[in-house]
Design a protein around this ligand. Structure first.
Ligand SMILES: NCc1[nH]cc(CCC(=O)O)c1CC(=O)O
Length: 322
């Protein structure tokens, strides 16, 4: 490379996890293009998003999609940043006009872990009636499906805050994505992940993506060596499930895709928020090699699940169910 590469900024949220992820992308860009001063070639632009400023209520009550992405989108469209680095789990299925997903890094372990003050927990190991802190409808519903005796309360905040809350009581446990803990270099990142039988991850959990402006060919070319095709295809399928089943982030749903050889295995699930019912389906496809084909696979599995769930699932999707 490429003394000719223009300086291209990376927009990111300012949370410790978002910053760690932006630094990963920055380092990989610098390595891929032989840039010795990564921060000079690919400076990081930290932005506070609407979602970051909401701490006192469940995100689902805050309204609107893309609470964690809007300000990053704007920075890209305004030309302040060539790239925005995202946890793909937080990115709405439809990007704003003028932006596109240009690269997805190889996925980290997508599983959830159950954090307790005394170490790794499992849904089975929790005491009768234990109080779980979470802001995630999916995790709430999955926990209650496995353990109807559990109690749920709202808990948000970074890992340190949450650990302190667990120590203070009365909250016994909280769920976190293993990928985030690993990227923060926390020892809990090496704890065993929860079994997908009860704790199927959110669509795209564990995957980092980078968006660009659709007209920015230099940015697209710069990112190409960072893309991991099996991850990009797996999360496109998972996000297809999301697209078929949810417009609102108010649906407890999970999806996981993984390749075995050239066969993509996809599992999708919807639950009642109170965990009293769960619908799960899986399917496989061979030879999927475009994001469009992967999305179509996900859409079809999501639609099949929707059909299978009938009026009960429809009531959950429209928010009229319990
Ligand atoms: N909802 C916030 C969020 N978005 C992405 C991650 C973790 C990292 C990832 O999934 O890539 C987290 C934290 C968590 O759920 O524990």
């Amino acid at each position: 490379m490429t003394a000719s590469l223009p300086v291209m900024a990376l927009a990111t949220r300012t949370s410790p996890l978002a910053m760690a992820q932006a630094l990963m992308v920055q380092a990989r860009l610098a390595a891929a293009h032989g840039v010795s001063d990564a921060e000079a070639g690919f400076p990081i632009l930290g932005l506070v998003t609407t979602g970051d400023q909401i701490t006192d209520r469940a995100l689902l009550d805050a309204g609107g999609k893309g609470l964690f992405t809007r300000e990053l989108d704007r920075a890209q469209l305004d030309g302040e940043a060539a790239f925005a680095v995202h946890s793909m789990k937080d990115v709405p299925t439809h990007l704003p006009d003028g932006l596109e997903l240009a690269c997805v890094l190889e996925r980290e372990d997508p599983s959830d872990i159950l954090l307790t003050a005394s170490g790794p927990g499992t849904l089975k190991s929790l005491p009768q009636g234990a109080l779980i802190g979470t802001a995630s409808l999916r995790r709430q519903a999955q926990a209650l499906h496995a353990r109807p005796d559990l109690q749920i309360t709202l808990l948000r905040g970074n890992v340190g805050t949450r650990l302190q809350r667990l120590k203070d009581g009365p909250i016994a446990a909280t769920f976190l994505a293993k990928a985030g803990l690993k990227r923060l270099g926390r020892p809990e990142g090496d704890w065993p992940g929860l079994d997908f039988a009860h704790s199927l991850p959110a669509p795209a959990q564990g995957a980092i993506g980078v968006t660009i402006r659709s007209d920015d060919d230099a940015a697209r070319v710069a990112l190409a060596p960072l893309n991991h095709a099996p991850t990009a295809l797996a999360i496109a399928a998972e996000r297809g499930v999301l697209e078929a089943l949810d417009g609102s982030c108010r649906t407890p749903l999970a999806a996981h895709g993984v390749f075995e050889g050239d066969t993509l295995h996809l599992t999708a699930e919807v639950l009642k928020p109170d965990g009293s019912q769960r619908w799960r389906m899986n399917d496989t496809r061979t030879g999927i090699d475009t994001v469009e084909a992967a999305r179509a696979f996900g859409l079809s599995l999501g639609e099949a699940l929707r059909k299978d769930g009938g009026a009960a699932v429809e009531a959950i999707l429209t928010g009229t169910g319990s």
